[in-house]
Design a protein around this ligand. Structure first.
Ligand code: HMG
Length: 447
């Protein structure tokens, strides 16, 4: 059977940069170390006033298509994952296709277009759909474009403001991919939860502390479900584990849980037992509370072992460096983490060919999904085409007052007029160009 997976990746970060410890923390009267040490964040990428989910998605897709020499006729599907859609009927993929059609000779008339929500799980579901579509032989030799794009803003003053971000990631899903192939096995942890939601409102209602517990509970279930199909796992099976990363501190918690699960009944658990004892097993405890307490003590001891910290540095840390600089992108988050690991591997001369990644997606509401991916021989050349440093460096820094203006400009309930101040200069990219007669958002390409 032909291999199918991720052939190429492009990232578009919102063009503004808000320094979190240097600008946001003092303005909110907070300790900068809450950001750098607690949450693990240094900056948020935010969209300039002429950017939105459509411009960022279209700009990422355009760059990807140019770089890979792809034209509209080569694309048979455009799926957009977003939690920031502004239209309850017309999918964002049609807006993005419309943008791209302004500058290409051909069109996407015969491409299947859709839209999904569920944070980065929805990006993963769009990849799954593309995978199934190609495997089923319904693609007529064409590839799929999966775009995850979000403006992850919170109400001003909400605790979530610390974890904001905005950007898009475009991925080409194709036969014989240059980057990653996907496993058949998948694990799910999925429950009806109300810890983070946007019921017909722009900014989320969020119970931040509970959202962390829900993330961990669903992730544990997904790992268990995956292990049930795939058999016992070992920490050395995986070169990297990209997680949904609302902020790196969340991954610190998820990785501890994942590692504990990975070492269970392995030589690693045995080797560590002299120092920290064996893992607590539920059958040894009279009640769940006691078991949980013992598990939490064991996890704390585990994460302070050299073995764990070395593993974390090698397997997890390389997935986090872009997130530290851009914040949460909801639907793009795990996909950015995967790209971070590949970029880090290429920059540090690692041989990742045939290495396996365990990819852990998550969306509030809530669902976690786990699957494996295998790195393909062409990965290094391909990922080195993504000029991530340029994208991060070209952002314009904004001060706190400017941040307030930008937040207001993106707030649907604040009338900031049409003559908006901008903080960067658009160049060779799509920009928002005002509203049309049916209240549709309109776009143009700036050369
Ligand atoms: P908060 O009240 O701003 O921060 O809420 P905190 O006081 O809990 O501090 C955060 C961490 O920094 C803590 O670490 C503190 O101890 C530490 P922890 O104890 O948790 O390990 N800290 C410090 N460390 C060193 N020096 C200091 C210091 N001060 C504090 N001086 C929260 C943080 C994340 C809850 C908030 O920002 C929030 O509500 N964010 C939005 C919700 C969120 O991101 N949830 C994550 C899980 S749900 C998810 O990932 C899905 C999501 O992407 C949505 C979707 O995809 O659909 C959000």
């Amino acid at each position: 059977m032909t291999d199918v997976g991720i052939d190429a990746i492009e990232i578009w970060t919102g063009k503004l940069r808000l320094d979190l410890p240097g600008t946001l923390a003092p303005a909110k009267g907070e300790d900068p170390e809450k950001y750098t040490k607690g949450l693990g964040l240094f900056a948020s990428s935010l969209p300039d006033t002429y950017e939105d989910i459509v411009t960022m998605g279209a700009n990422a897709a355009h760059r990807l298509m140019e770089r890979e020499d792809v034209v509209p006729a080569d694309i048979g599907r455009i799926d957009v994952a977003t939690e920031s859609a502004f239209d309850n009927s017309k999918p964002v993929s049609t807006y993005i296709a419309g943008c791209l059609e302004q500058i290409y000779d051909g069109d996407f008339r015969h491409a299947n277009k859709g839209e999904r929500k569920f944070a980065c799980v929805s990006g993963t579901q769009a990849i799954d759909d593309a995978y199934n579509w190609i495997r089923a032989g319904r693609h007529r030799g064409r590839s799929a474009l999966v775009i995850a794009t979000d403006t992850a803003l919170y109400e001003r003053g909400d605790a979530g403001e610390a974890t904001q971000g905005g950007g898009a990631i475009a991925m080409l899903i194709a036969e014989n991919p240059k980057l990653m192939t996907l496993s058949q096995a998948q694990g799910f942890g999925s429950m009806d939860e109300t810890d983070f939601l946007k019921p017909n409102q722009q900014f989320p209602s969020v119970d931040g502390k509970r959202s962390i517990q829900v993330y961990l509970a669903r992730m544990r279930e997904a790992i268990e479900d995956f292990e049930g199909q795939n058999g016992e796992m070992h920490p050395e099976d995986y070169a990297h584990i990209p997680f949904h990363t609302p902020f790196p501190g969340m991954v610190r918690k998820a990785a501890a849980l994942g590692y504990r699960r990975l070492i269970r009944d392995t030589d690693v658990e045995e080797a560590l037992a002299n120092k920290i004892g064996p893992q607590p097993r539920p059958e040894a405890f009279a009640d769940t509370e006691e078991y949980r307490e013992a598990l939490s003590e064991y996890t704390e001891a585990l994460t302070s072992t050299d073995r764990y910290t070395t593993w974390y540095e090698e397997v997890i840390e390389p997935t986090l460096w872009i997130s530290r600089e851009v914040g949460n992108w909801y639907t793009g988050s795990v996909h950015v983490a995967r790209a971070s690991a590949l970029l880090d591997g290429a920059a540090n001369g690692r041989d990742l060919t045939d290495a396996r990644f365990l990819v852990a997606s998550y969306g509030s509401g809530a669902q976690a999904e786990i699957h494996e991916e295998a790195v393909q021989p062409g990965w290094k050349r391909e990922i080195q085409k993504l000029p991530i440093e340029d994208h991060l460096e070209r952002r314009s820094d904004i001060d706190f007052e400017e941040y307030e203006l930008v937040h207001d400009a993106h707030n649907h309930d604040v009338d900031t007029g049409t003559d908006l101040r901008t903080f960067s200069v658009p160049e060779h990219e799509f920009v928002f160009d005002g509203w049309g007669p049916m209240n549709e958002r309109q776009y143009r390409f700036v050369t």
